[in-house]
Design a protein around this ligand. Structure first.
Ligand SMILES: [Zn+2]
Ligand SMILES: [Zn+2]
Length: 228
């Protein structure tokens, strides 16, 4: 049976201050690794973003999407699917947002004042999907671990940057509470442990990903990470 491997959590140096590769470089890398597609999820303005703060909102969003556009252009040339996403940050707790558009972001000028709950309501109403990224991660940039099952539809259960015991905590919580999961690399640089998700069907749009995770079927999460 054919299988389709996707990266759901990836950064570029155009959008993320911690990114080390352009979108085009990431596309080349993932094509070489045999992935079918990637979702670019750069750190938004409330996270480790690479975009200057003093720009008008629409211009700031425009620049934020440069990493995605670079990956998409290259992906179209080499046969790698590229989708748009973003990663937001509330005092260290991060969320992956999928199914939104650049144009929609340009219209949300009050977005930085939203609470996680407001984010969940607005993104879901817009047809998007909220995943709490790497719950239980501890790091200098995370003052306090807070789990938000009421502000997302899924947890990122297997993040290739996390220690195995950190992912295990998220898996245990999700299992107990019936929360669906995703997996991703949190890709920043050229060589690192890689994860992602393997689907039975090729996505046509990002909504195929969202529908699969909502249903909890048609995919499996990569749970053991290969350094590449
Ligand atoms: Zn980062
Ligand atoms: Zn990330």
């Amino acid at each position: 049976m054919a299988e389709y491997k996707y990266e759901t959590h990836l950064h570029t140096c155009q959008g993320s201050a911690c990114g080390r590769l352009t979108g085009a470089e990431q596309a080349d890398l993932y094509k070489g690794f045999g992935y079918t597609g990637i979702v670019v999820t750069d750190h938004f303005f409330n996270g480790n973003c690479a975009i200057p703060r003093d720009l008008p909102w629409r211009e700031r969003v425009e620049q934020f999407c440069a990493g995605y556009r670079s990956a998409k252009k290259r992906g179209d040339e080499i046969g790698l699917q590229v989708f748009f996403g973003l990663e937001t940050n509330f005092r260290g707790q991060e969320f992956l947002l999928y199914g939104l558009s650049e144009e929609w972001l340009k219209e949300q000028e009050d977005m930085l004042s939203w609470s996680p709950k407001e984010q969940f309501e607005k993104v879901t109403a817009a047809g998007g999907f909220v995943v709490q990224a790497h719950p239980y991660r501890t790091a200098p940039y995370i003052p306090e671990v807070i789990i938000y099952p009421d502000c997302c539809e899924a947890f990122e259960l297997y993040n290739a940057h996390n220690a195995a015991e950190v992912n295990a905590q998220a898996v245990a919580y999700a299992k107990e509470h019936g929360i669906h999961g995703t997996g991703g690399t949190d890709a920043h640089g050229p060589v690192q442990p890689r994860g992602g998700m393997i689907f039975e069907k090729k996505w046509e749009t990002i909504h195929d990903y969202i529908a699969a995770v909502r249903s909890g079927s048609g995919y499996r999460i990569i749970t053991e990470f290969t350094e590449m």
